[in-house]
Design a protein around this ligand. Structure first.
Ligand code: NAD
Ligand code: WQD
Length: 339
């Protein structure tokens, strides 16, 4: 086992935070990213935080000929596969692009892993595979039905592909990490979430209201059967999430096949609870208007974190207040984005 790890999508939001934690843990990440939803300047930020500049290849993971060069040039034992398109709404409008990009890149990656005998893969999956859960917290053995959108469907399909691949190649190992809702940013304020255009997700929308880029927050419905009628989610600090990947890598030393873990906090927070936590943590007022529900939204989703604690010795430690403070710090330090 050497300490090199291939990180696809490594200049993205979760990928960049994971690269920082991998370097902190003594690994040598090799990033492959086509920069369709991130910037090359993230490498400068990673270097500023860690003192090390990761090897970087600007490659589309669906391009087998180009991607194979990385397997020829570099020697690594494990892959963390973050690369993918992730906008739920966009996936409804452009399903073929999502299937081609997300499923296509996974198929190319697994083919190259088999050819070059790279045996360990960690896959970025999502709580969205659980659809609208029957009960919460959601456990890993919950029935995986259909997702409510093509994006979520790509996650279900890729999980199944990895399961089948590992069954057919018993010396290979797969870990499926099902993320809750990552928010927050590295405490330096040098890396964080930078959505292109109007944010779909709640926290970046809040920070753009706070900084004056957007006028007010639209709260999508307050008639759900929840504590205050607004949607409840499991918000996890992205640095906790990143550390979960370092913990998962260690699992490859054990005799496993293909195993799923939730990376969540085990707790739910409503939209208005998050808004008020943000206001308190940063002493800022967030104007909001209650509007109708967003199509496709579910009322409540939060994940059991028991299995990851027991088997990965990992749990989320940072609080909602930490998330709010760090998200705001990144926004304030990057008013016009990462340059
Ligand atoms: P992101 O868009 O910030 O990062 C994804 C990265 O992958 C980007 O840098 C993008 O340029 C790159 N990429 C996309 N397609 C590629 C391709 N074909 N070849 C090479 N690079 C490609 O998104 P993120 O929030 O960091 O999410 C990372 C992963 O985690 C994604 O797979 C996403 O589906 C999953 N996930 C995200 C969330 C979330 O709420 N952010 C929740 C659950 C799961
Ligand atoms: C959170 C809550 C909204 C914006 C999505 C994807 C999921 C994963 C994480 C990739 C909900 C409410 C939001 C706003 C609002 N991504 N909201 N006003 O929908 O739980 O999950 O991102 O894997 O797959 O589905 O996250 O941040 O969009 O919404 O009221 O402007 O905030 O209704 O209750 P979501 P979100």
């Amino acid at each position: 086992m050497n300490n090199k790890v291939l990180v696809t999508g490594g200049t993205g939001y979760i990928g960049s935070h994971s690269v920082v934690e991998l370097i902190n843990a003594g690994y040598e990440p090799i990033i492959v990213d086509n920069l369709c939803n991130s910037k090359i300047q993230v490498l400068d930020r990673i270097e500023k935080i860690t003192g090390k500049r990761p090897t970087f290849y600007k490659i589309d993971c669906t391009n087998e000929e180009e991607f194979e060069k990385v397997f020829v040039n570099e020697k690594f034992d494990s892959v963390i596969h973050f690369a993918g398109l992730k906008a739920v709404g966009e996936s409804v409008i452009k399903p073929l692009e999502y299937y081609q990009n997300n499923v296509g890149s996974a198929l190319v990656l697994l083919k190259l892993m088999k050819k070059y005998n790279v045996k360990n893969i960690i896959f970025s999956s999502s709580a969205t595979v659980y659809g609208d859960p029957i009960s919460v917290p959601v456990y890993e053995n919950a029935e995986i039905k259909h997702a409510t959108n093509p994006y979520g469907e790509t996650k279900i399909i890729i999980e199944r592909i990895i399961e089948d691949f590992v069954k057919a190649n018993p010396s290979f190992k797969g870990i499926l990490l099902r993320y809750a809702n990552p928010i927050g940013a590295h405490k330096s304020g040098l890396i964080g979430e930078e959505p292109i255009g109007i944010p779909n997700n709640l926290m970046p929308y809040i920070t753009q209201v706070a900084i004056g880029k957007l006028d007010h927050l639209n709260v999508f419905g307050n008639d759900y059967n929840t504590i205050d009628g607004t949607g409840v989610r499991d918000y996890i600090h992205v640095v906790d999430l990143a550390k979960g990947h370092v913990s998962a890598l260690k699992k490859f030393k054990e005799d496993i096949t293909c195993v799923a873990y939730n990376l969540g906090t085990g707790r739910g927070t409503s939209v208005l609870e998050l808004v008020h936590a943000f206001e308190k943590a940063n002493n800022i007022k967030i104007p909001y208007v209650i509007t109708k529900r967003r199509f496709g939204d579910i009322a409540i989703n939060y994940l059991s974190a028991e299995k990851a604690l027991k088997e990965l010795n990992w749990k989320a430690n940072l609080t909602i207040e930490d998330c709010c403070r760090d998200s705001w710090n990144f926004q304030v330090n990057n008013k016009d984005g990462i340059k």
